[in-house]
Design a protein around this ligand. Structure first.
Ligand SMILES: [Ca+2]
Length: 196
């Protein structure tokens, strides 16, 4: 199933310069925008309309689910305060569980604006969802066979090296004799001894 047309664009916000560069965090501290892809199993009957993002069933589910996901960060959960900044969630896809017709796998993207502490966003999900098995009005299922996954798109991809000043470069640009990172960390960190 093709999940999303905009999938290719995530995490590839191009900076100035070569097409292979991308900047993990965009803008100033208070303008920072980070994106997470979140997958979790939800107790819901699978209906075939969920395969179509434009079906009324998908749209209705997505509207309720994104509202609860945003609310999860905007209101207190347990002893955790609401997070500052604002978040916008999108449901990317809904898939049937292979072994249980009353379980669906929901993939969603969460964009966080003006709050760039990705580890707090991840830990909030990983701590509270398995504890309560609830996301607002949704019953979720999280266990070894049904893991909750949270991936931050601003991490560098496999095969890339992260400069100290947030920026990702292809791994083959590391130690190639040319400074590709603004801070030159690609030529100064763990390179075999050589004079540039
Ligand atoms: Ca280099």
């Amino acid at each position: 199933m093709k999940l999303s047309d905009d999938e290719d664009e995530i995490g590839t916000a191009s900076g100035s310069g070569s097409p292979w560069e991308h900047t993990p965090n965009i803008g100033h501290q208070d303008e920072q925008y980070i994106i997470f892809r979140i997958k979790m199993f939800v107790h819901e009957f699978w209906v075939r309309d969920y395969a179509n993002k434009h079906s009324p069933a998908f749209v209705r589910f997505a509207r309720n689910f994104t509202k609860e996901l945003e609310q999860f960060f905007d209101s207190p959960v347990g002893d955790d305060e609401p997070l500052p900044g604002s978040r916008r969630a999108t449901v990317i896809g809904i898939e049937p569980s292979k072994e249980d017709s009353m379980l669906i796998l929901v993939t969603s993207d969460l964009g966080s604006k003006a709050y760039a502490d990705g580890s707090k966003i991840k830990s909030r999900l990983r701590r509270h969802l398995p504890e309560s098995n609830r996301l607002g009005s949704f019953a979720v299922k999280i266990d070894a066979a049904h893991p909750l996954t949270v991936q931050q798109f601003t991490d560098c991809l496999t095969g890339e090296f992260m400069c100290d000043v947030s920026r990702c470069i292809p791994i083959n640009k590391k130690c190639d004799g040319y400074a590709d990172c603004n801070d030159k960390t690609d030529e100064e960190t763990d390179c075999p001894t050589r004079r540039k």
